[in-house]
Each structure stands twice: as structure tokens, then as C-alpha cells.
Write a protein that binds this ligand. Structure first.
Ligand SMILES: Nc1ncnc2c1ncn2[C@@H]1O[C@H](COP(=O)(O)OP(=O)(O)OP(=O)(O)O)[C@@H](O)[C@H]1O
Ligand SMILES: [Mg+2]
Length: 433
């Protein structure tokens, strides 16, 4: 008893201890509130199967990538399932929001009409940047879902620091988290990120919120990739793939087709890997350009692939296979703007580099899977069946894969399996004909 008082006295929050309600874990009701599925399958997937009531989700991305568009679409979709949505924007006027909503619903046949049927529910909109006013609007409208665009423009009048400062964004996020938990409102918070990582960007909020979704890659492609980098209610690393159209962000049904070259023919320097993005296998074409260095030190660049990983693999090739890459410029690129982080793509990276160096193409319709160790040994990869099935579905008929995966492998369609143990065996195999 004595101890509890001391703890309470030490705490900064002024709470009375009769309010403290400790429960036995075994008696806690664990029945999940049902997730709310939107009509956007890719968005549901990134969230781990739909929106969890009472959760705070941060959606980050570079300027103009489509954050407001996506959440307005989600608002329209939620409206159709009978939810009450409040969309607050500190960046745009209500007229701008209306114009976007009209564009989205005009070009998408199934979207909700911008003006509701008589007596029907509507999306509530508010152009406001004061946190206190947003909370007052929530009190008044009592929405089931709240969208705040954006965390950098929303600020509390209780604090003196400027909008967008680290103190402000943290305060706003923490206050909205409390709102979400207490009122069981699902809250979506938009956050801007810039290429150089803004000072008070969403990074500072990642630990506060329940889920963090980021738009990945650049916006020069028409497709957009959203990745869950954190999710308290589902698997992290899950990706959703969308196409940006006049009708908004439309889910892409067959993502692998986006990251493969259209002709299907292979040219020197190109190799296809299959990377697991969350629970989904995606085929990606890697392209390498290796050429003799003209001036001074060799140049190396990697787009969509971890630069340090490439350096390690190139050093391994140099040492184990005796290939003089030291005097070569190497440019590596993953097609389509996906960021590949999985070591299972090592074999394809090495194959692409070797193929460009020798100026000989790898056999067409071959997928390469495997991680490489520093001594050039090929290590088995996880989820091999899912990868091979995806490759087979995309018309691939050969797979170069770690010999270590073979013992537990079941046949996948007509796929020809070509096991390798070392980088040297890989090199011998791809240039054997
Ligand atoms: N009529 C249209 N057809 C297709 N795409 C459009 C159309 N109008 C706008 N867009 C796309 O929508 C993007 C803007 O999206 P949106 O405003 O949702 O981005 P945002 O991430 O919220 O940007 P900001 O950081 O400025 O708030 C534009 O970059 C453009 O590619
Ligand atoms: Mg916006």
C-alpha cells in the first residue's frame, strides 16, 4: 500500500488511484473487435486484413505521392459500409477536398457519389489545423473513423513550439492515440517524408502509433508501393501495390508483372529473383551494367538494392572467382522501384553482374533464388515453395536454387530445378551452354 502511494506520487500525470483498474490477464476479454474491410483489397492487406477499430495508423510518403488521394478513397469506401467518417485537412480547403472526391467518384464507377442520396450519410470534412478544434469536431460529429491530413500541419495551442516541430508532432500523435483508444475511433494520420528525412518527420512518431505505412520507391512510376514497416495488429513488411490513375489508387492484381521486363526476353546483365514482401512472393528483374572504369576510381551505384550488400557480393566474386571487378564500374538496378532487402536475391545480383561482365545472357524464363556467404557458398532460402509457385504462375520454367533446399522440396509444376552449391557452380551453370 505504502509503495503504491509513492509510485502514484512520483508520477507526473495527476491521476487518482481509485481510477486505476488492474485486471487479471486470464479474465481479460480477448475477443477481437471485427476488422473493417474496405473495398480496397491491397489496403486491407497492408493493414493485415482490414482496419482495427481504435487503432492509430500513420501513413507517410513524399509530397505528391498520393497520401490524400488514398485516404479519401478509403473514406469513400468506409462510407459505403455505413461508417461515419470525419476528414480533417490542415493543408487543403474543403473545396479542394470536394473536387478530389468528385474526380475520384466520377472516374470510378463503384465509388460513392460525391453528393449523397437524400437522407444518406456523407463524409464530414473540416479544414482545420488546430488540434483542439479537431477534438471539438470529433466530440460534435462522433465519427467512427477520423483522417487527419497531416500531422505536420496540425498543432496544439497548448504548446508554444511551431507546427511541424518535433514537440508538436509528438503531442498531436499522442493525443490522437488517446482519442483512438478511449473512443474506439480508427484514426489515420498523414505524415510527410522528404528524401533527406525531414527533421520532425514521421520517423519520430513510429514508436507512438499502432501501425506505420510508407509509400516506397519514387513517384516517377505510375504504380505505388505501400509497405507496413510496423504493425501492432498484423505482419510487418506486408506490401500493397497500387496503380495511380485518374480514379485514384487502384489495387494491382498481378504485381509480379510490374517488375519484369515486358518482352520476357533476357539480355546480358539481367536476372530475375523472387523476393518475399510480407507474405507475398514477387518476381523482380535485376539489371546490372558492368564496364571498364574510364577514369580514376571505380563507380558503383545500386538502385532498389542495398548498396552495402552489393559491395560485399562484388568483393566475394573478386576473391572467390578471381574476377577483376576492382577496375570495373558497376551499376545495379531493380526494375519498377521496389526496394529489395532480402538476402534471397543474392544469387540473382551475382548472376546479373557476371552476365553483364561476360556480356552473355542468362537462359530465359529462369528464376534465381539463394543467399550467398562470404566464402561463396550458396545458402538455402525460406518459403521456397511459395516463390517457385509464383515463378511457375508467371511462366518461368527453370529455377536455379540452393542445393540445400532440395531435400525438402516437392515438385512445382513443370519447373526444372537446377541446384547450385557455390558461386563458382552458379557461374559454370549459367554459362554452360
Ligand atoms: N486527374 C488525375 N489523373 C491521374 N492522377 C492524378 C490526377 N490528379 C492528380 N493525380 C495524381 O495525384 C497525385 C497527388 O496526390 P495527393 O494530393 O493525394 O498526394 P499527397 O501525397 O497527398 O501530396 P501532398 O504531399 O502534396 O499532400 C499527383 O501527383 C498526381 O500524380
Ligand atoms: Mg495531401
Amino acid at each position: 500500500m505504502e509503495e503504491r502511494k509513492t509510485v502514484a506520487a512520483r508520477g507526473t500525470a495527476p491521476f487518482r488511484h481509485e481510477e486505476v483498474q488492474v485486471e487479471r490477464l486470464s479474465e481479460v476479454n480477448s475477443e477481437d473487435a471485427p476488422r473493417i474491410e474496405t473495398s480496397n483489397a491491397e489496403f486491407n492487406r497492408v493493414l493485415g486484413g482490414g482496419i482495427v477499430p481504435g487503432s492509430l495508423v500513420l501513413l507517410g510518403g513524399e509530397p505528391g505521392v498520393g497520401k490524400s488521394t488514398l485516404l479519401l478513397q478509403i473514406a469513400q469506401s468506409l462510407l459505403r459500409t455505413g461508417r461515419r467518417v470525419l476528414y480533417v485537412s490542415g493543408e487543403e480547403s474543403v473545396r479542394q477536398i470536394k473536387m478530389r472526391a468528385e474526380r475520384l467518384s466520377r472516374s470510378s464507377a463503384e465509388a460513392a457519389p460525391a453528393s449523397p442520396a437524400a437522407g444518406g450519410e456523407d463524409i464530414y470534412v473540416l479544414a482545420e489545423s488546430s488540434l483542439e478544434n479537431v477534438l471539438a469536431a470529433v466530440e460534435q460529429i462522433r465519427p467512427t473513423d477520423l483522417i487527419v491530413d497531416s500531422v505536420q500541419t496540425t498543432c496544439s495551442e497548448e504548446l508554444e513550439s511551431t507546427p511541424g516541430s518535433i514537440t508538436q508532432v509528438r503531442h498531436v500523435a499522442a493525443r490522437l492515440l488517446r482519442l483512438a483508444k478511449l473512443e474506439q475511433i480508427s484514426v489515420f494520420l498523414i505524415g510527410h517524408v522528404t528524401k533527406d528525412g525531414s527533421i520532425a518527420g514521421p520517423k519520430a512518431l513510429e514508436h507512438i502509433v499502432d501501425a506505420v505505412l510508407y509509400f516506397e520507391g519514387d513517384r516517377h512510376h505510375s504504380h505505388r508501393i505501400i509497405r507496413a514497416v510496423k504493425n501492432r495488429f498484423g505482419a510487418a513488411n506486408e506490401v500493397g501495390i497500387f496503380e495511380m490513375t485518374a480514379a485514384g489508387l487502384i489495387p494491382v492484381r498481378n504485381p509480379s508483372s510490374l517488375f519484369l521486363s515486358e518482352s520476357g526476353a533476357t539480355s546480358p546483365g539481367s536476372a530475375v529473383c523472387c523476393t518475399m514482401e510480407g507474405s507475398r512472393p514477387i518476381l523482380v528483374e535485376l539489371q546490372a551494367l558492368v564496364l571498364a572504369t574510364q577514369y580514376g576510381t571505380a563507380r558503383r551505384t545500386a538502385t532498389g538494392i542495398d548498396y552495402n550488400r552489393v559491395s560485399v557480393l562484388v568483393a566475394m566474386l573478386e576473391k572467390r572467382l578471381g574476377i577483376p571487378l576492382m577496375s570495373c564500374d558497376i551499376y545495379l538496378n531493380a526494375a519498377g522501384g521496389l526496394q529489395i532487402t532480402e538476402p534471397a536475391s543474392d544469387l540473382a545480383i551475382v548472376a546479373a553482374v557476371l552476365s553483364s561482365f561476360r556480356n552473355r545472357a542468362i537462359a530465359p524464363k529462369a528464376v534465381l533464388l539463394g543467399e550467398l556467404g562470404l566464402s561463396g557458398e550458396v545458402r538455402p532460402v525460406g518459403q521456397i515453395h511459395a516463390r517457385l509457385r509464383e515463378a511457375a504462375a508467371m511462366g518461368f520454367d527453370k529455377s536455379i536454387l540452393p542445393a540445400g533446399n532440395l531435400p525438402l522440396l516437392e515438385p512445382v509444376g513443370q519447373m526444372e530445378l537446377l541446384p547450385v552449391r557455390t558461386a563458382q557452380e552458379l557461374s559454370d551453370l549459367i554459362f554452360s551452354t
